[in-house]
Design a protein around this ligand. Structure first.
Ligand SMILES: Nc1ncnc2c1ncn2[C@@H]1O[C@H](COP(=O)(O)OP(=O)(O)OP(=O)(O)O)[C@@H](O)[C@H]1O
Length: 256
């Protein structure tokens, strides 16, 4: 069993009751993300991606099955700072500057800011925000806000990183730049990463494995291994082998 420093989803089901009807958001889902791996989760609206993330963050509990994050229950992993998370809309506090936003998880976990000065400076450099430490979110571009959110997700040196459509709101060109940057950040951090995305190209470029989900009930339809060596370069997006994988995943999304 792989669970230490990774993510283990073991026969998990989650059913919701809505207006008398049962919705099987996740139906017997199992997924093993080994330590240091990068997994992308892709699927149609309503296939249970958010439900899976909520369970892995300890914000909800399964009806059946078990989840381990970094070898422990999801809530304990989050409480201990082993989990980092970044969402689509960056979710920065508008009145906190870049540095203070990055330190937010420390405040939430009751950790001393003074012990993290060096770490925060390193992260700011890592995500390319040096010189913007005192800038407010409203003064940053969309890409800079997302980089700030990723730095915040990394501040506790999490061993497991959850990214929920982190670049969904960005245009295609910026998104591809951010994909290259995320790859570099992930390679440096060594964190086991689970990325939820609607972008097939983004999933292939970044992940070791693309997990294609299907809806009603939410389940794993197919797992596609991505063989490309790292670091992957932007030219990969134009590679015929890349396009073949795109077609394969598009077909799996259509239920083939
Ligand atoms: N709290 C809830 N109460 C009732 N039904 C819910 C609840 N949360 C999720 N569902 C249902 O569970 C299913 C899966 O929802 P989920 O939000 O996990 O999908 P998703 O894959 O994240 O979708 P999207 O890509 O649109 O964000 C949907 O049919 C949704 O309506």
């Amino acid at each position: 069993m792989h669970s230490e420093a990774g993510i283990l989803v073991d026969h998990v089901s989650r059913t919701f009751s809505a207006r008398g009807a049962e919705v099987r958001a996740l139906d017997d889902v199992s997924l093993d993300c080994p330590p240091g791996s990068f997994t992308a989760l892709i699927g149609p609206s309503g296939c249970g991606k958010s439900t899976m993330l909520r369970l892995a963050l300890g914000l909800d509990s399964p009806n059946d099955g078990r989840i381990f994050v970094d070898g422990v229950a999801p809530f304990d992993a989050a409480k201990g700072g082993a989990t980092g998370v970044a969402f689509q809309d960056a979710a920065l506090m508008p009145w906190r500057n870049v540095e203070d936003n990055i330190m937010l998880p420390l405040d939430v976990l009751g950790r001393k800011r003074a012990n993290y000065r060096e770490k925060v400076a390193e992260l700011i450099a890592l995500v390319g925000l040096a010189g913007f430490e005192k800038a407010l979110p409203g003064e940053l571009s969309g890409g800079m806000r997302q980089r700030c959110a990723i730095a915040r997700a990394l501040v506790t040196t999490p061993r497991v990183l959850f990214l929920d459509e982190p670049f969904g709101a960005l245009d295609q060109i910026l998104r591809r730049q951010m994909n290259t940057e995320l790859q570099r950040i992930w390679m440096e951090s060594g964190a086991t990463t689970l990325l939820v995305t609607h972008g097939i190209d983004e999933a292939i470029f970044l992940a070791d494995r693309v997990v294609v989900m299907q809806s009603r009930p939410g389940r794993i339809g197919r797992i596609v291994d991505i063989p490309f060596a790292r670091p992957r370069k932007p030219e990969l997006f134009a590679d015929p082998a890349f396009h073949r994988l795109e077609s394969e995943i598009a077909e799996a999304l259509d239920g083939h």
